[in-house]
Design a binder for this molecule. Structure first.
Ligand code: HEC
Ligand code: HEC
Length: 145
């Protein structure tokens, strides 16, 4: 079972996340989605939507995007021990993780099945979680002007 400890911190207005995984330290820069990695990281063990062969940095990049799109902490979807605050990312204990999987499949379908079927699509980049969520955990109701 993979266990990671996560500690968010703020450096001169740039949101960074520090990951400590089996002695490996990775710095994820949420704004650029880039990683400075010091040691090899363990492979993800419980992927059902993302490609199974995804590396941990690939998964973190996706997660950082999702986190920003919904404006939530990692533990919104991932199981966190209330005492030690350790987050178990591979666990499916937190029911929001399964909801998020359904959302990932839906977003993929919107892009590939529906928008992909438009022969002449040319106006917008792929739809993301953020297009509906607008930085909030629940998509706000749209009020037209
Ligand atoms: C909105 C929900 C949500 C948020 C927020 C979220 N995750 Fe995830 N995470 C998921 C889902 C869903 C999966 C499983 C994806 C799959 O099945 O392909 C996952 C998988 C992972 C995995 C792979 C675990 C394994 O071994 O299979 C890691 C690591 C991870 N997330 C880290 C993070 C980190 C770090 C954050 C915060 C920056 C974060 N997640 C925020 C939903 C979320
Ligand atoms: C087409 C619009 C749309 C897109 C795209 C979308 N969502 Fe959602 N999402 C919703 C709606 C609507 C709800 C509220 C569902 C309800 O009423 O329970 C929701 C709810 C959720 C919840 C449950 C929140 C809670 O409080 O339990 C999670 C988690 C979530 N979305 C994650 C994601 C993730 C991750 C993505 C991108 C992979 C995503 N969503 C993309 C529309 C969307």
């Amino acid at each position: 079972m993979m266990r990671l400890r996560m500690r968010p911190w703020f450096v001169t207005g740039v949101l960074g996340l520090s990951f400590v995984a089996k002695g490996a330290i990775t710095y994820l820069h949420a704004e650029t989605g880039s990683f400075a990695q010091t040691t090899a990281l363990p492979k993800p063990t419980n992927l059902r939507v993302l490609p199974k062969a995804s590396s941990l940095p690939d998964v973190y990049t996706r997660m950082a995007q999702i986190q920003k799109d919904l404006g939530v902490d990692c533990s919104f979807c991932h199981d966190q021990d209330p005492d030690s605050k350790q987050v178990n990312y591979a666990s499916d204990e937190n029911p929001r993780k399964e909801t998020a999987r359904a959302m990932m499949r839906m977003t993929q379908d919107i892009n590939e099945k529906y928008l992909g079927a438009l022969g002449d699509r040319q106006y917008s980049p792929p739809i993301t979680c953020g297009n509906c969520h607008l930085g909030q955990m629940h998509p706000p109701q749209f009020e037209g002007k």
